[in-house]
Each structure stands twice: as structure tokens, then as C-alpha cells.
Design a protein around this ligand. Structure first.
Ligand code: PGA
Length: 261
């Protein structure tokens, strides 16, 4: 069971939702979030929908975040968005190093390393994603891969940075595939990530750290995943595009959480 932290559930909308769809989805989420108050909800719309989402979320407890950022605060970087811009539009969170950015858009552990302090400087909480490919898992290299992503991405981080960081373990083979890691597979990696945080920032930081699981999470698997000791919540893609299914995940995680309170 998640070291007794209430569930943190973030919805990565990816390249989905017009302004009208954004307002409609948030309109659907608000009543659920009010009912599931013990869970922390965050939505991560595309850049074009952030301002509309901020208006729709005003006065609610649902947090707002973006899916990426540039590591400089400003400058001649055509097409890019900076952390101060995200903070200005109302974001409190930002994804960094999502596997789709790594796979299709040249994101590396080196760019992740630069983006984390940019987010922290602007007061944003980075959600730093790590995960192995199927080839790496089948070749027994999962922990090597995750360890390297953490060592390189977090190389400059001081222990005092860790309360602001959120980690997300997303096995690449489980994203958008309908194939979820088993609770035991996810827990093994989450435990490893927590040990890496303890080694870098101490046991207290590791205990407090929020470590999310992502990859085909839905209401049907959220309960058993959240019962694992080191799984603190979820980064949800496809199932976050529907208010009932997104909140169903939070409801199942809360059920597991409340069983041990
Ligand atoms: P999925 O995506 O839930 O659709 O597998 C998760 C993610 O990419 O964050």
C-alpha cells in the first residue's frame, strides 16, 4: 500500500481536445473531483488549451499542468514554450521526458536534466517520466535503463529539490497498448526508484516522494496497482479523456487507500 499517501492522479491528454472539448471534459470532471476530495487530480492539456483549462478549473481543487517545456526562460527558440509562460497561464505541474517525447522528438536524459531546474525555478512541479522498452525488459536491462535515466536526469538535483519532484514510471511497452505492467512488475521498479531517491536525497525525501505508474491504467487495474507499497498514483493517457473513466481510476485508488486508513 502506497506508504499511506492519498492517490495522485494526472491525466495526460496528449494531442487531444479542442477548446470546446476541454471545457466539456473539465465540466465533467469537476463534480467527480468534489466527490473524491481525498484524491489529488491534475490535468495536462495541450498548450493550446491551457488558458481555457485554467479558466474552467478556477475555484476547483484540480491542478493544471503542461506536457513539456523548454529549458530556457526566454529567447529565440521558435515553437517552444518556457516554464515562466506555463506558470503565467496557471500551470503548477509539467511533464518532462515522456517516452513519446524521447521516441519521436529527440528528448534525451541530457535535455531532461536541463528541463527539471527550469521547471523548479518557475515554481512548477516536474513530473519526470522514466521507462524501459520491451526489448530492454526482455533483455533483462530494465533497471539499467531506469537507473541511467534517473542518474542522468537528476544529476544536478540537490536533496532540497526532491519535495518538488514527482516521478512517473511508464514502461514504453504498456503505453497506449492495453498491456499494463502487473502490480508486481510495477512495484519492483517503483521500489527501485524510491531506493535511488533515498541514495541521492535521503530516506525522508524518498518516503515523501510521489512515484506514479503509467501505461494503460484504467479503473479495472487501478485498485490492485495502488495496493502496492510504492505506487502513489497514476499518469493516465487514454482513460483521462473521459471524465467517468478518469475519475473511476481515482475512485478505485481511493478504495485501496481507505482500506488501510
Ligand atoms: P496510456 O498513456 O494510459 O494511454 O497508456 C499513458 C501515458 O502515456 O502517460
Amino acid at each position: 500500500m502506497s506508504l499511506a499517501k492519498p492517490p495522485f492522479v494526472a491525466g495526460n491528454w496528449k494531442m487531444h481536445n479542442s477548446l470546446a472539448e476541454t471545457r466539456a471534459l473539465i465540466g465533467g470532471l469537476v463534480p467527480f473531483a468534489a466527490e473524491l476530495q481525498d484524491a489529488e487530480f491534475v490535468v495536462l492539456p495541450p498548450f493550446t488549451a491551457l488558458a481555457a483549462a485554467a479558466v474552467a478549473l478556477a475555484g476547483t481543487s484540480i491542478g493544471l499542468g503542461a506536457q513539456d517545456l523548454h529549458w530556457e526562460d526566454r529567447g529565440a527558440f521558435t515553437g517552444e514554450i518556457s516554464a515562466p509562460m506555463l506558470a503565467d497561464v496557471g500551470c503548477r505541474f509539467v511533464l518532462i521526458g515522456h517516452s513519446e517525447r524521447r521516441q519521436f522528438f529527440g528528448e534525451t536524459d541530457a535535455s531532461v536534466r536541463l528541463k527539471i531546474p527550469a521547471a523548479l525555478r518557475a515554481g512548477l512541479r516536474p513530473i519526470v517520466c522514466v521507462g524501459e522498452t520491451l526489448e530492454e525488459r526482455d533483455g533483462g536491462r530494465t533497471m539499467d535503463r531506469i537507473g541511467r535515466q534517473l542518474d542522468e536526469g537528476l544529476a544536478d538535483r540537490a536533496p532540497s529539490d526532491f519535495p518538488g519532484l514527482i516521478l512517473a514510471y511508464e514502461p514504453v511497452w504498456a503505453i497506449g497498448t492495453g498491456r499494463t505492467a502487473t502490480p508486481a512488475q510495477a512495484e519492483e521498479v517503483h521500489g527501485f526508484i524510491r531506493e535511488k531517491i533515498a541514495a541521492r536525497a535521503g530516506n525522508a525525501a524518498a518516503t515523501c516522494a510521489i512515484i506514479l505508474y503509467g501505461g494503460s491504467v484504467k479503473a479495472a487495474n487501478a485498485y490492485s496497482l495502488f495496493r502496492e507499497k510504492n505506487i502513489d498514483g497514476f499518469l493516465v493517457g487514454g482513460a483521462s479523456l473521459d471524465a467517468a473513466s478518469f475519475c473511476g481510476i481515482a475512485r478505485e485508488a481511493l478504495r485501496a487507500y481507505k482500506e488501510v486508513q
